[in-house]
Write a protein that binds this ligand. Structure first.
Ligand SMILES: CSC[C@@H](O)[C@@H](O)C(=O)COP(=O)(O)O
Length: 312
């Protein structure tokens, strides 16, 4: 199954807000619908956002204001702007050239995820690995297979996966809803844990490696990823566990020198004052809701891309 694709003149994508209960495909025909899908996380994850951005330029049909709005729909994952720019570069050649460029973004992502899975599995030592991960970095965050969870899938296919400990990933529960769903479909052994249990379980020696994805990697290797990644990096360093970032080359942003320059999306009050539509905090509680954090490069053991292994 492809998470996102171009089908009969429209973008077709899995509506991830409905998982794990329902797997429904959404057909998106306008930039307005696509921006809405991106902002409510019907489509999400850096590589999938890159593909959505590229397809969105086809839908925009040369309208520069719409292209600009799409490019800014979510600020932290560099892949969205990158995908938009890569397709938009072909606007002077006409719609067919833009569509061809967008299809190349899709195909390159499929190839990159396969390459990362193999390189990551080759890098890890040990025969029966216990992996900790946060958010969702599987096929749902890309077109197929994904980044960090793509490495997990390759390990599983090679018979080298003992277990995955998946953080639930509050507030939107990408780990609880999406990662466990994907691991179940793969038949990979896993247990779901509360976010705050991550560093403790690392200290208890329950984990052989932490594998995460990335939304933007600065030129010096500082990495923005789902909120909670930094706590895992600190816990992993203290426990002597490798902390590995898996991301395509397209997530490396040479224009951003270091993590302090990365814009972190704040997603507002609603997601944390309530849980699945039920208010859990007193009316009017002020909030801070950063969707991502930045792990400094010195806490990262290795960055695995589709082309190389970087040791920041
Ligand atoms: C392969 S996905 C890498 C990242 O995009 C992923 O870890 C992540 O943080 C996604 O956040 P989300 O807010 O669900 O888009």
């Amino acid at each position: 199954m492809r998470t996102i694709d171009w089908v009969d003149g429209a973008v077709e994508l899995v509506d991830q807000t409905l998982l794990p209960d329902k797997c429904v495909m959404l057909r998106v025909r306008t930039v307005d619908e696509l921006v809405d899908a991106i902002q409510r996380l019907a489509v999400r994850g850096a590589p999938a956002l890159g593909v959505a951005g590229a397809f969105g330029v086809v839908l925009a049909d040369g309208d520069q204001a719409q292209i600009a709005r799409l490019r800014a729909a979510r600020p932290t994952a560099v892949n969205l702007a990158w995908g938009v720019d890569r397709a938009a570069a072909h606007l002077p050649e006409g719609r067919e050239a833009v569509l061809a460029a967008a299809l190349r973004v899709r195909d390159d992502d499929i190839a990159a995820c396969k390459a990362m899975g193999e390189r990551g599995a080759d890098l890890l030592e040990g025969e029966r690995l216990r992996i900790m991960t946060v958010c969702n970095t599987g096929g749902l965050a890309a077109v197929e297979r994904g980044t960090a969870l793509g490495v997990v899938q390759t390990l599983h296919e090679r018979g080298r996966l003992a277990e995955v400990l998946a953080l639930e990933t509050r507030p939107l529960l990408q780990g609880a809803r999406l990662t466990t769903w994907e691991l179940g479909r793969m038949g990979a052994p896993h247990r779901l844990i509360a976010d705050s249990a991550g560093p403790y379980l690392l200290a208890q020696g329950e984990v052989d490696a932490v594998l995460i994805g990335a939304d933007r990697i600065a030129a010096n290797g500082d990495t923005a990823n789902k909120i909670g990644s930094y706590a895992l990096a600190l816990g992993a360093e203290r426990a002597g566990v490798p902390f590995i970032v898996v991301a395509p080359e397209t997530t490396i942003d040479q224009a951003t020198p270091s993590g302090e320059h990365i814009r972190i999306e704040d997603r507002g009050d609603e997601e944390i004052v309530s849980f699945w539509g039920v208010r859990v905090a007193p009316e009017g509680t002020p909030t801070l809701n950063p969707a991502f954090d930045v792990t400094p490069h010195d806490l990262i053991t290795a960055i695995v891309t589709d082309k190389r292994v970087i040791r920041p």
